[in-house]
Design a protein around this ligand. Sequence first.
Ligand code: PBG
Length: 320
Amino acid sequence: MTEKRSRRMRSSALSRELIRETRLHKSDLVYPLFVVEGEGIREEIPSLKGCFHLSTDRLEEEIEELYKLGLRYVILFGLPSTKDAEGSSAYSEDGIVQRAVAKIKELREDIYVITDVCICAYTEHGHCGLLDERGGVKNDETVEVLCKVALSHAKAGADMVAPSDMMDLRVREIRRVLDENGYKNLPIMSYSAKFASSFYGPFREAANSAPKFSDRKSYQMDCANANEALREIEQDIEEGADIVMVKPAMPYLDIVQRASQTFNIPIAAYQVSGEYAMLKSAVEQGLMNEDVITESLIAIKRAGADIVITYFAKEIAPLL
Ligand code: PBG
């Protein structure tokens, strides 16, 4: 018997590179941007160090920075100046996201702009939907609002819309409304398996979108459920999603893996704010070295993600 020596191919950087199974590319990465009303604003987000609140007039430098780094994909989140019970500022023609999309497409046609479609940052109560008398979140009425939001993003020039609300049947309805209004070719990336997660904490700080009462467990998924996640993904594919997403990423790699083995469709994974904050502060405190960032992103791809949404995009890009 010959001796099997796995270490042969591990002996040099070049031989390791030759047999590397998973590679990270700049084109895998989507960078989240937080746009705010006002002028001249570029403020570091306390809960997401290294990321900024940007007013539309300060988008240019950010977009140029991303462009020079070779990053071409962004997902937009807006902080509106007014909130109401219905989240109506989310579909206003001159809303913050609508203006930011138009601005970015004007600056650089070849930056691909994805918009997050949800109303939690636009409602006074902070829930992702309209409330009934007892404080429950209404489904079908919310879906109608989401359709208006998605259509307004499309009209502003978005390249893709990404519903993150977790209402039932929203992909079907958004698809229908886009089609009816001349946007048959605008893709939908659905936050399909989105878990009710404490890992969203720093984001809710950043987007001022925390629910004012109760939690999101009546619409986001129970962290204990994997089979249900596959059903959610399957349904979104049937309803017309072009890309399906698992969120958060690292604590849910089993879902990413099963989804990628089960479905023949591009899979996105969102390395969310809490995952970023944990790794970022551990590196800052010297508890782990910064290679942990690459390791985390490779792990997400290795599990089966084709696309990774990550706050580390700018940091990691120079290494790719
Ligand atoms: C909006 C939305 C959330 C995130 C993305 N879109 C927050 C939530 O559901 O409370 C979280 C992203 C992150 O934590 O990085 N519904």
